[in-house]
Design a protein around this ligand. Sequence first.
Ligand code: F6P
Length: 544
Amino acid sequence: MPRTAVASAFDALDNHARALRVESAPDLFARNPLRFQEFSVPLDDFLFDFSKHKITRETIALLVALAEARDLEGRRAALFAGEPVNNTEGRAAMHMGLRDFSNKPIIVQGVDFRREIEATRERVFAFARDIRAGAILGAGDKPFTDIVNIGIGGSDLGPAMAARALSPYRGAGPRTHFVANVDGADLSDTLEPLDLSRTLFIVSSKTFTTQETMANAASARARVVAALGETAVPRHFAAVSTRLDKAAEFGINPERVFGFWDWVGGRYSLWSSIGLALAIAVGPDHFTQFLRGGFDIDTHFREAPLDRNIPALMGLLGVWHRNVLGRATHAVIPYDQRLARFPAYLQQLDMESNGKSVTRAGEPVETATGPAIFGEPGTNGQHAFFQLLHQGTDVTPIDFLVAAEPVAADPHHHALLFANCLAQSEAFMRGRTLEEAKALLRKEGRFEAEVERLAPHKAFSGDRPSSTLLYRKLDPRTLGRLVALYEHKVFTQSVIWDINPFDQWGVELGKELAGRLAPIVEDASVSTAALDGSTAGLIAWRRG
Ligand code: F6P
């Protein structure tokens, strides 16, 4: 792609941003009564509202021109064609194949995987059904009441986030728990209230080599052996991995090992057998609805024109804020308590994908790439970090997520929740001028000196951008849509930045060093002489 086309698209956006400085979002609303209709996209029972950003139709046209200069549509076609878009690992990134209900072949690097995908899913579903029905028993010949998923990163965050999000859909299924941290407190605290004879462990690891997961799995195995005997291991463990050989070496019954493929990235793997804990938690039918939600968004992402394409717009608005306006952070605030783990899930999805500083060709990038993502459920966040979002010196664009209807929750509480969500996005956009602040203080009957003194503290700049994703209710299909929307948003941005979102070499060095340091930390007789002064000093202090 000629760099000049991209550079001129960015130049045009920079000029446009300068021209927009005199505008404000409230003025844009005042001048255009149809602004909400123009800057929102409905999709079935979903609505993406981006009208509260200080943008115009020209902004969108210029962002779409940038996407065209980067051949977003061509890159998207390559992604869906199962080409090796993960060019540093020579792999496709075909997680969409796991939720493809089209009946067409699912081609990954020239091979049709449809049968294998469906057969694997059927095995996962059969196992999930049997566990839920109590047809598979633990060592004491009793059904499982609790499932503990042992995994980290993509082998934890997805199922953990989704099981919590869909907790009302659990029915009579067992409870699910998630252990990720190598900190032994995670495993101990999780197991403390559980009856091991009624607990099934799922060791989830794409590579089956991850230090934390292997350490937790070994400790869980030791506990099962101590409590129930060696023969209990095959009955109390299942595994999900691309390395079936390694799972077998661990002693897991091959009938309880569920595979997937190297073309499914860890942070995109919830749709695969990595979703086993979720399939057990909510049952195969709800899991299928979740997959269908993902497929809805794949279809939309492939077919909708870029200026009405929700994930493409989310990505391009992010580029506008990151590259044109220099905003380094992005908040995701679900006004939905059951999405409490969604921001953490997105942190991996977004930051492990787009936290890169070289292009696909290995050249230094010329623009900033992924922002820092953070978030907490509303309304809790309002009473914690929102102060900085409202009046801090940096502007953080925000995604608000909210349901129109509650699921298994009090309608009055939901009305309060919904009102708070809208109130916040309105406050961020409108702000409060110094004059308005003064008028309010005068209305409170304050003396003029006090009005002058306090007004600057009570003024808000406003024009703080936010999008709102409004959905009917947080059901399995909606959750599938939400996850897939963000996946394609991240992909869109990677195309604009010309980076590979599907590798994660940046996490390797720390892993290697941890492997090297562990024996030195554990054995006080090993010399620290070869280490840097700080690392050696910290180890010496621990040794006492
Ligand atoms: O943190 C790096 C990473 O490789 C993630 O991409 C992955 O989701 C996680 O570790 C866990 O890896 P695995 O599933 O192989 O245990």
